[in-house]
Design a binder for this molecule. Structure first.
Ligand code: SF4
Length: 281
């Protein structure tokens, strides 16, 4: 990693890191060039062009694209995190949750959220699902994916031969946006470092991003779902696939068949047995 030699730049970077540390954000990283992020047939030039395109599931433009604002200027490595060195993933996740506290780091803390929705599941899971944001049911119960969309996700997990308790489920942001609007970029930038720390603790073999907001935020790419789907991406050394958000499938059940194809791709990667005669096809 290149060092920062200019004294003014060093000071600016140090100030920036201190600012984010004060916010409770410790996970800084430098995004690799797009060509090394994507392990798929997506071509770099097409990726670049599509950064300007609208996304079919998220026509509003405030969707997040960047993962962490700090990466824009910082070429420094991560500073220490409170859970660093903690071997027990249960305890490490507890530490992250304690670090979040009664969070007021972004404006969603003042827009009607009932509680923070941290994440749920096996802290040693091979498979992690990441959605967009809590909805009303999740806000009420404090657990991700517990409403109608959550029931569908549970069924999707069962179709893969797994149980909810065997996987880990979280969202890009941890507080319900008012009126279930899409998360805004600054909210994703402020909250997603906590998710990055959860991923680093769980260390899944594969991640499934549910919907365009999760895909865009995690991959820092702007593409339609038709381009995101059907490929493996390299997310910090972990394989990441994209499929439709269950809430979208409730609105358009015809896409369930396509979703099942995505899940089968994940099952193959994880070595999960395929149903001999699938009722999902
Ligand atoms: S969305 Fe995240 S950063 Fe914003 S208040 Fe909730 S926990 Fe904090």
């Amino acid at each position: 990693m290149p060092s920062v030699t200019d004294p003014e730049m060093r000071q600016a970077v140090a100030d920036r890191i201190r600012f984010y540390n004060d916010l409770g954000i410790y996970d800084f990283y430098r995004r690799e060039p797009a060509s090394s992020e994507v392990v798929t047939s997506l071509q770099t030039e097409r990726d670049s062009a599509r950064r300007q395109e609208p996304i079919e599931e998220m026509p509003r433009t405030k969707a997040s694209v960047a993962v962490v604002a700090a990466e824009e200027n910082s070429s420094l490595a991560a500073s220490s995190k409170p859970e660093a060195g903690v071997q027990d993933p249960v305890r490490a996740l507890q530490i992250i949750r304690e670090d979040i506290g009664d969070c007021t780091r972004c404006k969603l803390s003042k827009q009607g959220r009932k509680q923070i929705v941290f994440g749920v599941g096996n802290p040693n899971a091979d498979l992690m699902f990441i959605g967009e944001a809590p909805g009303a049911d999740e806000d009420m119960k404090g657990e991700p994916f517990v409403g109608r969309a959550g029931q569908l996700l549970t069924n999707m997990i069962k179709a893969m031969g797994l149980s909810r308790a065997e996987v880990y489920i979280a969202n890009i942001i941890k507080c319900r946006p008012p009126g279930n609007r899409q998360p805004e970029r600054d909210e994703c930038e402020t909250c997603s470092p906590f998710l990055m720390r959860q991923i680093a603790v769980v260390k899944p073999k594969a991640i499934v991003a549910l919907g365009a907001v999760a895909a865009k935020t995690l991959l820092a790419l702007n593409a339609p779902m038709s381009e995101f789907r059907g490929h493996w991406y390299d997310f910090r050394g972990t394989k990441l696939a994209v499929t439709y958000h269950p809430a979208f499938l409730l609105r358009d059940p015809r896409q369930k068949k396509e979703t099942w194809k995505d899940l089968q791709m994940v099952m193959r990667e994880l070595g999960l047995p395929m149903p001999a005669a699938s009722s999902h096809e």
